[in-house]
Design a binder for this molecule. Structure first.
Ligand SMILES: [Zn+2]
Length: 466
């Protein structure tokens, strides 16, 4: 499923033979083959869903979000304003109704919910303010406790963080990300997956990640098993001259925000700075991007950094709660078109208005998100208790892991310590142990589980077992 590439395995085998090395033990001893995951062989039902993603639907949804005038978290949410269609309360109710409409179309397949709380006054919250996250749950058919989640923030802002009345259209930031969550819900709700998918829209991002922090804390307290969070924030493909509409950035943390002192000691000792769960999600997205390149129309560009310089977003709230998550953002932001009052000054147009959004680009980003959600929700769970034997000093490497329900086979991945993505893959068959004629000191290993149809789980990097 993931495009790690046949050429890499070939290269490994050729190199092994040239150097007179034995083939990896798992491949010889247990009847497994050493053929690679074939890139570009995507799941036909996922491709069909991606084809349902519509730039027209996305345009209509972003237009609707902009029509509420302002969606500032501190804007109106009283019944009169909701009836008049202005302010965050009206936006919240519309999003909820939209999710409910999608649910009706699939025979009630989505559970539509709100997570509402009152935020106490703080820097950007002048008075106690009700903040409401709106989300839809597509419950998994057999592995429902496993969750993958897509999110965008539906609140907006203009030049003033404390302006609750002036226009703040928020077409790109983050009408675009909200539209991605909605469109993923609309197309994927017509399918069934073993694992659960949550389509989330949050408020309070511009006031200090309030909505996502509340949601992530709730998920942590209730021990939800969220495997991946895809945060879309500013994915409108702003039509500035230097924009590249064929690329979307995917930001991921290196050392996890939630790492304990013990975790950090291990990361430092093993060179694990680029192997957080969030980074495995980013690598997975890169693989999905290659596998579904024929349908998706935008290429993920991995950025090995939590976020843009000195800026933040909702994925960080999830990272802080210990969940793996990444941020999607267009390649080149135009800072005249975000966090600005709508105006023209010295011939420069300021403001986050509709005309700068490229709806075809948002649709492609939605396809990349939908493909990732679907691939993960269709796949088995990532293997647990992945260990690398380190009892004895030896040049072979033995990995062990627990059986994953639904897995038809397991694959060991590896790469040079200096390489950003997995370079080699070895099919091991239905085993829970593999020995490779490769020194653990020289490469980084991981294991993933694959089902009978080729859906691969997230990769898990082993911890040493003494
Ligand atoms: Zn934003």
């Amino acid at each position: 499923m993931l495009g790690y590439g046949k050429r890499f395995v070939k290269r490994f085998l050729v190199l092994s033979m040239a150097l007179g090395l034995a083939l990896p033990g798992a491949a010889r001893g247990q009847g497994a083959s050493a053929t690679a995951i074939e890139p570009g062989s995507p799941d036909a039902s996922i491709v069909a869903a991606l084809r349902q993603v519509s730039a027209e639907h996305i345009r209509a949804n972003i237009e609707k979000l902009v029509s509420f005038g302002t969606r500032a978290t501190i804007s109106a949410q009283d019944p009169e304003s909701i009836a008049a269609g202005r302010g965050i309360g009206a936006a919240r109710d519309w999003i909820k109704a939209e999710f409910e409409r999608y649910s009706k179309e699939c025979g009630g397949c989505l559970e539509v919910k709100t997570d509402s709380f009152t935020e106490a006054p703080a820097d950007r919250i002048p008075q106690p303010t009700v903040i409401t996250n709106v989300y839809a749950v597509l419950k998994g058919t057999s592995d429902a406790q496993r969750i993958v989640l897509v999110t965008g923030h539906y609140d907006s802002r203009n030049s003033g963080t404390l302006d609750g009345t002036g226009d703040a259209p928020g077409a790109n930031d983050d009408g675009s990300g909200t539209a991605v969550s909605l469109e993923c819900a609309r197309v994927l709700s017509k399918m069934k997956f073993p694992a659960t998918i949550i389509f989330l829209t949050v408020a309070g991002e511009e006031q200090g990640l309030n909505g996502s922090s509340h949601f992530a804390r709730m998920a942590k307290e209730q021990t939800w098993n969220i495997e991946a969070v895809l945060n879309n924030d500013i994915v409108g493909g702003d039509k500035s001259a230097e924009q590249d509409h064929s690329v979307v950035r995917v930001f991921s943390e290196g050392v996890p925000a939630a790492a304990t002192e013990q975790d950090i000691r291990r990361i430092r000792g093993l060179g694990g700075e680029s192997d957080s769960g969030s980074r495995q999600v980013a690598r997975y997205i890169a693989g999905v991007g290659r596998a579904y390149a024929g349908t998706v129309g935008v290429k993920p560009m991995l950025v090995f950094r939590l976020d843009r310089y000195l800026r933040g977003g909702d994925h960080y709230a999830f990272n802080q709660a210990g969940f793996s998550g990444v941020r999607f953002t267009e390649l080149r932001e135009d800072f005249h078109h975000q966090h600005q009052d709508v105006r023209t000054e010295n011939g420069i147009e300021y403001g986050d208005v509709l005309k700068f959004v490229d709806f075809d680009y948002v649709a492609n980003v939605a396809r990349l998100n939908a493909a990732t959600l679907a691939a993960l929700a269709a796949a088995p769970a990532p293997p647990a208790n992945v260990h690398l034997q380190a009892k004895d000093l030896e040049n072979d490497s033995t990995l062990t892991w627990d059986v994953v329900p639904g897995a038809a086979e397991y694959e060991v991945l590896w790469r040079a310590t200096t390489s950003p993505e997995w370079e080699h893959v070895l099919k091991c068959g239905k085993v829970t142990r593999a020995t490779l004629k490769l020194s653990k000191d020289n490469v980084i290993f991981a294991v993933h589980a694959v089902d009978g149809a080729g859906h691969a789980s997230l990769a898990v990097v082993p911890v040493p077992e003494r």
